[in-house]
Design a binder for this molecule. Structure first.
Ligand SMILES: NC(=O)c1ccc[n+]([C@@H]2O[C@H](COP(=O)([O-])OP(=O)(O)OC[C@H]3O[C@@H](n4cnc5c(N)ncnc54)[C@H](OP(=O)(O)O)[C@@H]3O)[C@@H](O)[C@H]2O)c1
Length: 279
């Protein structure tokens, strides 16, 4: 297939390329070559190249930055995705869009299925929800993939930060009252590569299996990496940040399993592989 990837310089973009490059023709774009907020350019570019699938891995992902730069957040995460949906409709191609557990408010007490009640509490979450809504209004051929707590080789992420801190700290404070599922970008990219081989359009929750708090995740990272760092649990309100985060956003991968796909491996196995790789 001819697949256009936006945000191909990003963390997930990098792994999508790795997973897809041998079996597909890839058109790779970045914010410089295809700014998704430029509606006319998006329509012309996709109209000319006529891909079979567009995978949107582009976003303004700085969750705290979104609180301060709301206009930019809605422009990239909302309007930008609407532009991609309009362009996809124009050439009748499928759109894969990556969304987030931050469209939920955190009040759930058990893993949330795709039809769980939406209620974003941050500008980032609200802007990502705008995109989901636009896609569903404009397109029939879409896969909206909500995922969570991403980490991979090509980007800033929580495990990397923890390991950097371990170099010169003997103890660190980490939030314990936010629970979710760390997800390894190569595993997510692999799942997306399987999904686009089907016409099972719709909304999917795709994360690694199992779940933890940030604090438990940090402890596990230090255990695997054999770092002697004491992790001191703090509440999210003690660790004040501009954007509120959901306190519980474990995503039940229901639609994925119902469609016959295998659950992704546990986050514990995935992080072991990652640490081995970056050591
Ligand atoms: N990271 C997470 O924990 C997480 C969790 C759940 C869902 N997600 C979602 O997963 C997707 C991938 O996330 P990621 O962590 O891989 O993101 P990332 O590393 O921050 O990459 C995002 C990419 O988007 C590009 N971009 C920004 N503005 C753009 C614009 N106006 N036009 C075109 N490209 C633009 C950036 O390009 P430049 O660098 O050139 O500006 C960057 O390469 C995003 O949709 C994100 O919302 C992420």
């Amino acid at each position: 297939m001819k697949i256009l990837i936006t945000g191909s310089n990003g963390m997930l973009g990098h792994d999508l390329i790795e997973v897809l490059k041998n079996s597909h023709e890839l058109i790779l774009t970045t914010s410089k070559t295809l700014d998704i907020t430029d509606e006319q350019h998006v329509l012309d570019f996709i109209g000319q190249l006529k891909p079979d699938v567009v995978i949107n891995a582009a976003a303004y992902t700085d969750v705290d930055g979104c609180e301060q730069n709301q206009e930019l957040a809605y422009a990239v995460n909302g309007e930008g995705v609407k532009n991609l949906a309009l362009a996809s409709r124009q050439v009748d191609c499928a759109l894969v869009h990556i969304s987030t557990d931050y469209v939920f408010d955190g009040s759930a007490t058990e893993p949330i299925a795709e039809d769980g009640e939406i209620g974003p509490i941050s500008v980032y979450g609200k802007s990502k929800l705008k995109a989901e809504q636009a896609i569903q209004e404009i397109l029939d051929k879409f896969y909206i993939v909500r995922t969570a707590w991403l980490y991979g080789i090509n980007g800033k992420n929580f495990p990397k930060t923890m390991l950097e801190l371990a170099e010169n700290h003997s103890q660190i404070t980490v939030v314990y009252d936010e629970v979710g599922t760390p997800t390894y970008t190569p595993d997510l990219a692999d799942a997306i590569s399987n999904l686009i081989e089907t016409d099972y359009y719709g909304i999917y929750h795709i994360t690694n299996s199992d779940y933890c708090s940030w604090c438990e995740f940090a402890r596990y990272i230090f255990e695997i990496a054999e770092k002697d760092v004491k992790v001191i649990p703090v509440t999210a309100s003690e660790f004040a940040r501009p954007a509120p985060r959901p306190s519980y956003s474990v995503l039940k991968n229901k639609n994925w399993i119902d469609k016959g796909f295998k659950p992704l491996r546990s986050y514990k196995e995935a992080i072991k592989e990652y640490i081995e790789l970056i050591k």
